[in-house]
Design a protein around this ligand. Structure first.
Ligand SMILES: Cc1cc2nc3c(=O)[nH]c(=O)nc-3n(C[C@H](O)[C@H](O)[C@H](O)COP(=O)(O)O)c2cc1C
Length: 348
């Protein structure tokens, strides 16, 4: 077993957190990770507060273990993705961990959550962002390297960023980006992280609420087939993302630093369901394909990180966690320890 401050402070059996992945991280995935000894994360996307309450309660039906809720702080074409009422729901429902992404939440929200006994984290890709968040009372930093899947405005790779952030903050740092096997876990811990935050590997899990064709493309993606682009932004414009290269990404390569303007009349690429309502997907929609989605996958936003190259099979989330953690243990206590001994022996 690998122990860090994350496992001891949060009562976990593994320093493993499932990444918040909008629309895809629903109760089955979060509960599977929490039941396997990690910390499962819910990310119900732009769900209104009553839906958030249902999602939290549904998770409690599936696990008695702690879990978290991921909130995005940004005003998009859909309005602000997180409002005061979401925080009130989290407080009333006693969510153990609230994680904020993109921007730091207002101070009163941090205080409200902490007064209610929740731990509050921030996912950031900058040293300055991490420092300011800790000054505002944030309990842990999720450090998002530039290789990470999904929305990502970071320009620094995880190796440098984890070191740079652990140099300036005293709270636990959790590494995010490119971690899809035990080698990645061992490397993140060696760099000073006290846990890993895993997205793309769990996107290809049985429980992720993603369309089977999307999962198949994650498994099929090779190194070099992940692009960084801002074209997908009809709902959240001009935000850089890491995605799997498909026809629309290739067509707009070199002209992809902004979301293209909407066509007149609007061009639709498929349809999906959001919050129980049918949603026609406009071209350049950022909505990720779920099992309810139909349409042209060559036009859709298939968010995934560089670590897709390391994903070879769709598996249950618990197996992914167990295999990654036991591989990390073997690497740390076997391969790396043997290297140190060998070096010693060579010198005698
Ligand atoms: C499909 C997908 C959706 C994502 N959606 C969110 C989100 O809603 N909120 C969030 O905080 N991060 C989101 N992210 C970013 C992750 O939190 C995390 O930074 C990333 O998955 C880590 O890198 P990895 O994909 O290589 O594991 C998403 C990532 C992916 C792959």
């Amino acid at each position: 077993m690998i122990r860090t401050r994350l496992t001891s402070q949060y009562g976990l059996r593994a320093p493993f957190v499932s990444a918040g992945m909008g629309f895809l991280s629903l109760p089955p995935l979060a509960a599977a990770v929490s039941n396997a000894g990690g910390l499962g994360m819910l990310a119900p996307g732009p769900a209104p507060p009553p839906v958030l309450r249902q999602v939290i309660r549904a998770t409690r039906q599936l696990t008695a273990q702690p879990f978290g809720v991921d909130f995005i702080i940004e005003t998009t074409a859909l309005g602000p993705l997180t409002v005061e009422e979401h925080i009130e729901v989290a407080v009333e429902e006693g969510v153990p961990v609230a994680v904020f992404f993109w921007n730091c939440p207002p101070d009163p929200w941090i205080r409200k959550l902490k007064d209610a006994g929740s731990k509050v984290w921030l996912q950031t890709s900058s040293v300055d962002g991490a420092r300011k968040a800790v000054d505002a009372g944030i309990d842990a930093i999720v450090c998002q390297g530039s290789e990470a899947g999904g929305h990502n405005r970071g320009t620094t790779g995880l190796f440098t960023l984890v070191r740079a952030i652990t140099e300036v903050v005293a709270v636990p740092v959790i590494a995010a980006g490119g971690i899809a096997d035990g080698f990645g876990v061992a490397a993140a811990l060696a760099l000073g992280a006290e846990g890993v935050w895993v997205g793309t590997r769990l996107l290809a899990s049985t429980e992720a609420h993603a369309h089977e064709e999307y999962k198949r493309r994650v498994v099929a993606a090779r190194e070099g087939e992940i692009a960084r682009t801002s074209i997908f932004g009809r709902e959240w414009p001009d935000a850089p993302m890491r995605v799997i290269r498909n026809r629309v990404v290739a067509e707009w390569s070199g002209r992809d630093s902004r979301t293209p303007p909407p066509a007149e009349p609007p061009d639709f690429i498929g349809k999906t369901m959001i919050g129980g309502q049918e949603y026609p997907m406009p071209k350049f929609s950022a909505i990720l394909p779920s099992p309810e989605t139909t349409g042209d996958f060559e036009e859709m936003c298939l968010a995934a990180g560089e670590s897709a190259a390391l994903v070879h099979e769709i598996k249950p989330a618990a197996r992914i966690l167990e295999e990654m953690m036991s591989e990390a243990e073997q690497i740390i206590s076997g391969r790396l320890a043997a290297m140190v001994l060998d070096t010693g022996a060579a010198g005698t």
